[in-house]
Design a protein around this ligand. Sequence first.
Ligand SMILES: [Zn+2]
Ligand SMILES: [Zn+2]
Length: 338
Amino acid sequence: MVVEEPGRPLAARELPDPVAASGEILIRVHACGVCRTDLHIADGELPPHKHPVVPGHQVVGVVDEPASSGRFKSGDRVGVAWLAFACGACRYCLEGHENLCERALFTGYDRDGGYAELLTADERFCYPIPDSFPDLSAAPLLCGGLIGFRAWRMCGAAERIGLYGFGSAAHIVLQVARHAGQGTCVFVRTGDHAAERFALERGADWAGDSLKPAPEPLDAAIVFADAGELVPAALRAVRPGGTVVCAGIHMSDIPAFPYSILWGERVLRSVANLTRQDGLDFLELAPSIPVETSIETHPLTDANLELDRLRAGSVQGSAVLARLSVDNSDVRAVEAVF
Ligand SMILES: [Zn+2]
Ligand SMILES: [Zn+2]
């Protein structure tokens, strides 16, 4: 499924099988999570990098053809996430911030991604998938989980945390926060009672309207939704010294707000991309919680339907595209999750 013209639906295309270059592995895709970033790429809200491009950066599959250097062997289950390459030589890479690399490449944006049956990836930027996660349940860990986890770590030592927007990343981060003993408040779109119920079912201490005050002052908040008006709302909700982290790659303009809501040493910051260490740390933590992803799954050819559902705010938890024929073990995995 290809972005040929941003702003138009993805097109189903037969492409030549990709060929793994030196240091790369060829991966047979079993599942690919749908992320809001895919929507921003498909809709042209992010400037095109590769054109046309196969989107998708939460890929779970098996190694079809391993690289000659041999980090993985044929049949190994691997994940591919958003960071597809970092140079290792620029100031950011040398400082341990490869997420900010000047020459970084991203899966499904600079390189073809996982809305496909096959993709190639630099083996140094692939992750072993923990055995306890079936393919479909593992896919949302690779962006919702990893970048959500990075944003959560940026909140520091918080006793009570707010999550603005309750989609794929937030429903995973909620579990991480609860595991860490934090109180959790979830803020959803005005009138979205289904999302409120979903958050409470998943263990949030409180769920309510994102533009209303928090029930108690928060130590930190993460804004997952792409609505700029949530930034001043979150700043109003955090206590002096608290942190607001914006976790998305794109957001509508943030309205002007009075300095008084930033005053008091509140911190407003963004999180960009991820490092491989974030990925390794989160994939080690996730089975020990254990994180449970709520997923809805559709065949790859229904990618446009799934993007429409995400755009409309209709997805509860994570949306995952499966390869055309979903085998029985995967179907059982889906039933177990629900
Ligand atoms: Zn670099
Ligand atoms: Zn993503």
